[in-house]
Design a binder for this molecule. Structure first.
Ligand code: URA
Ligand code: SF4
Length: 222
């Protein structure tokens, strides 16, 4: 370019759409997502962390974005928040092995705070990044066709239910929507990392609330 700026890359369009294949199952989507440059988040992260689990799962759990451990291991919910989630699923009577787990945003966003040495500090995605990544989540929903979608926290809630979504207001109630003539149920709850962030005295109650909301999803499956 004459002014020395690099030519616009695909990430300037802030949409994953051009990278999403028109056909194929989860494996094809995962392969394609590995090369997504639909927004700038792919630049600093190690890899795309795509959804994982049974392609025909009855339940899909949607989180925010991969964390440090997920970015290293390439799988969603394998770090501290994932361990809380596994314990909560177990307490609610939902086998994690029977759920498809994914995130609203597929790349880890972080900053490096010199005070923390090499540690990478999680940063929440912006609405724009989340909107850019939405075509992947839409494609996962189309393939998996879950009966119940569990919405974990505000980012997932805004991605699936719109920007006016508030966890505190909408958690724990069974919602329903029609997608291509198919009824899909949704239940929102707090993000499992909110349990980890809670004060020690409040942690048990926060965990209990998460379990109670997950039980709403379990009842919807029955
Ligand atoms: N938090 C999320 O929202 N997703 C993960 O996969 C891990 C932590
Ligand atoms: Fe693509 Fe989503 Fe990663 Fe952005 S965060 S590069 S849209 S996969």
């Amino acid at each position: 370019m004459a002014d020395g700026r690099p030519a616009d890359g695909p990430e300037d369009a802030y949409s994953a759409e051009p990278f999403v294949p028109g056909r194929g199952g989860i494996a094809a989507l995962r392969r394609a997502a590995a090369d997504c440059r639909g927004c700038p988040l792919h630049r600093d992260a190690t890899r795309t962390v795509f959804g994982q689990g049974d392609e025909h799962a009855r339940v899909m759990l949607v989180g925010e974005e991969p964390g440090d451990q997920e970015d290293r291991q390439g799988k969603p919910f394998v770090g501290p928040a994932g361990h809380v989630l596994d314990r909560a699923l177990d307490a609610a009577g939902l086998d994690p092995g029977q759920a498809y787990m994914t995130n609203a945003v597929k790349h880890f966003k972080f900053s490096r705070d010199p005070a923390h040495g090499k540690r990478r500090i999680h940063k929440p995605p912006t609405l724009r990044e989340s909107a850019a990544c939405a075509p992947w989540l839409a494609a996962e929903l189309t393939v998996v066709e879950p009966e119940v979608v569990v919405v974990l926290g505000a980012t997932a809630g805004k991605a699936l239910l719109g920007s006016s979504f508030r966890v505190t207001k909408e958690r724990g109630t069974l919602m329903e929507r029609e997608i291509h003539g198919r009824v899909e149920h949704l239940v929102a709850t707090i993000h499992p990392s909110a349990v980890l962030r809670a004060d020690k005295d409040d942690r048990e109650e926060a965990f209990g609330g998460l379990v109670a909301d997950l039980e709403v999803a379990v009842r919807a499956l029955a």
